[in-house]
Design a protein around this ligand. Structure first.
Ligand SMILES: C[S@@+](CC[C@H](N)C(=O)[O-])C[C@H]1O[C@@H](n2cnc3c(N)ncnc32)[C@H](O)[C@@H]1O
Length: 242
């Protein structure tokens, strides 16, 4: 059954208004880059309301400080890579860890090595998770992780522990060698120190990434992973390309 003349006009009108809207939104985005734009304003609003947002986000009852928009990207990366091992530094209450192993359960593959200086009682217990207590940059911890990895495994690294530049940079130097080619080293919370939140934080993950990339050409920033406008990890999705 064909459309009535009225129906055709309505459809054309919708297509035309949608096209106009797209042109308007894209022009707005283009001209308002880096100038207190809507994504930055929303990011600031989100970050400055922790009791509503990043301190009030749970996966299966476990609190995570990660942003749900990033978790969705994590899910896409996990599905694409189907890693043998994910290493996460910084566990806290373990909502991030719980999320990662839920996706691994759905995929039917993967183990998580989770490192923290303090292992909280309420962290998730799961057969895919091995916890290591200690500093992520401690030689003994690194050796323990090394001993758990086999040759040719697909390895993804997520750095989410101490967010000061010297620590993150040291982690990046150490953990970059664990990442398999084609996989990622995700550096979390590079949004602090004015990118765009907490402008007075001091040098943090964002600056560590900048410094790391001046002398390591095995990784490149994959901006496409920041597709939802707000990410806690700007410039933090680093792909190992060689
Ligand atoms: C941002 S929280 C981790 C959040 C968690 N990944 C999540 O998804 O909710 C940071 C954690 O890093 C831990 N931490 C701080 N310094 C550390 C270090 N040197 N090595 C390992 N963990 C560290 C803290 O104890 C804290 O639990």
């Amino acid at each position: 059954m064909g459309l009535s003349q009225d129906g055709i006009f309505r459809k054309l009108f919708r297509i035309a208004t949608f096209a106009l809207e797209l042109v308007f939104v894209r022009s707005y985005n283009y001209f308002s880059r880096n100038s207190g734009d809507i994504p930055s304003q929303f990011h600031s609003l989100y970050y400055s309301s922790p009791e509503k947002t990043w301190k009030n986000t749970r996966w299966m009852g476990h609190r995570t400080m990660k942003c749900p928009l990033d978790l969705w990207v994590y899910q896409e990366i996990l599905f694409e890579l189907k890693p043998d091992i994910v290493i996460e530094t910084g566990v806290n209450e373990g909502g991030g860890a719980a999320f990662l192993v839920s996706i691994m359960d759905s995929i039917g593959k993967g183990k998580l090595i989770a490192v923290d200086i303090e292992l909280l009682e309420n962290r998730p217990v799961h057969e895919r998770i091995t916890y290591i207590k200690g500093s992520s940059t401690d030689e003994k911890v690194v050796q323990q992780i090394f001993g758990m990895i086999k040759e040719n495994q697909v390895i993804l690294v997520i750095l989410d522990s101490d967010h000061n530049m010297p620590h993150v940079l040291k982690e990046m130097e150490i953990y970059s060698s664990f990442v398999s080619k084609g996989s990622y080293m995700i550096v979390e919370d590079s949004n602090v120190n004015g990118h765009p939140v907490m402008p007075n934080w001091g040098d943090g993950p964002f600056e560590a990434i900048q410094e790391f990339l001046t002398h390591n050409d095995s990784f490149e920033i994959e901006k496409e992973r920041e597709k939802y406008y707000m990410t806690f990890n700007p410039n933090g999705y680093l792909k190992k390309i060689r």
